[in-house]
Ligand binder design. Structure first.
Ligand code: NAP
Length: 341
């Protein structure tokens, strides 16, 4: 089969589009024929060697797979070849952890395509218990845009952010793959949503996702605008995937006893926390990593019902994955970029 693999860490040029052996499904596994594979910022970090450096090389990454069952391994029941499926974007890799719920608390939980081969190929082999039926009739590109960001949005916004109807919520990087989904998730829960963007070109897309207020943080202080918008009180919840560069302003924009959820670090990893403000203002700081299968299923239901929609900016043939990574790195991307094998 064809795959885009890496033999070393580095810039986008490390990808090599080549032939590799097609995997066979082992006992308890399914072989999925990949129809489309969404790219996440995570893939860029993985390719750079910024997440793990202990993967066996060559390595095939790729988290978000939509496709069909191509072959059913021994001891697997309830699956037919040809069925439309998605692969869970993260799951515990040690079978000893398979009983753990929520799955993202298991020690061996990891993003799909990290140590095992992912979806930047024509086929992927996955334990059947981490494959979900896709009963939507959306395009395979829309479907491949969603698993990781949906799982993340349910966990960060609903579970950890505790967003409720009537809350005021700030979502950072509203046009990013994950931010766009979080804006829609907060709206689905009945919140008023403010979101940030880094250029005016991204504003319409974020408004169309339901944001009530979109702030170009390069032109205005987002914290000042959000404080104005909430009559000086601050928002109930901040959903942040940017990290250090906006940390202090995020907390400035958060009300007393508000909840801050972080799940990303495009703007840096190390931030300064004023401990006195932390307890005087009773801020609840929460870290979010992926989510559980149950959260993915809840998100998938909202997607199937049309309450949360995919926004695919561009697709690229799998052989052009380097170009796709460069486009995401350029920060011009709105929503998701999807590869077609
Ligand atoms: N923990 C989890 O479960 C989880 C899940 C999903 C994503 N994430 C993390 O969330 C972050 C975003 O991921 P994504 O896939 O949504 O990203 P993405 O689609 O590539 O979007 C990232 C956007 O962040 C904005 N940004 C702000 N400051 C930036 C900076 N200093 N450098 C680069 N971009 C900056 C840019 O938009 P503007 O130019 O408009 O500001 C950029 O387009 C990443 O750190 C990712 O690892 C974590």
């Amino acid at each position: 089969m064809k795959a885009s693999l890496i033999r070393s860490f580095g810039g986008p040029d490390v990808f090599e589009y080549t032939d590799v052996a097609r995997p066979e499904p082992g006992s308890g596994e399914l072989l999925v024929k990949v129809a489309a594979c969404g790219i996440n910022r995570y893939d860029l970090y993985l390719r750079m060697g910024a997440v793990f450096t202990d993967m066996a090389m060559p390595h095939v990454m790729g988290v978000d797979v939509s496709g069909t069952v191509a072959a059913v391994g021994a001891d697997v029941k309830g699956w037919q070849t040809g069925e439309r499926v998605i692969v869970a974007p993260g799951y515990p890799h040690d079978p000893g952890d398979w009983g753990m719920v929520p799955e993202n608390h298991a020690p061996s939980f990891e993003v799909t395509g990290t140590h095992s081969w992912g979806g930047n190929a024509e086929y992927i082999r996955v334990p059947a218990r981490f494959v979900l039926k896709d009963e939507t009739d959306f395009s395979v590109t829309d479907v491949a845009a969603m698993p990781l960001v949906l799982m993340t949005a349910v966990h960060a916004v609903e579970t950890l952010g505790e967003v409720k109807a009537g809350h005021a919520v700030l979502v950072q990087a509203g046009a990013s793959g994950s931010g766009h989904c979080c804006v829609q998730m907060a709206k689905a829960l009945g919140a008023r949503v403010a979101a940030t963007v880094g250029s005016d070109e991204k504003m319409d897309m974020v408004k169309a996702a339901g944001a009530d207020l979109v702030i170009n943080y390069k032109r205005q202080s987002f914290a000042d605008v959000v404080l104005d918008w909430t009559d000086g009180a601050g928002v109930d919840v901040v959903i942040d995937n940017v990290g250090a560069s906006v940390f202090e302003d995020n907390l400035r924009a958060l009300r007393v006893a508000g909840i801050f959820v972080n799940f990303g670090l495009v703007g840096g990893m190390e931030a300064k926390l004023n401990i006195r403000d932390l307890f005087f203002r009773q801020h609840q700081l929460r870290g979010s990593f992926m989510g559980s299968l149950d959260e993915l299923r809840r998100g998938w239901k909202l997607f199937a019902q049309g309450e949360i929609k995919a926004h695919v900016d561009r697709t690229y043939p799998l052989k052009d994955v380097a170009e796709a990574h460069r486009y995401i790195e350029s920060r011009a991307v709105q929503g998701k970029v999807v590869l077609i094998p």
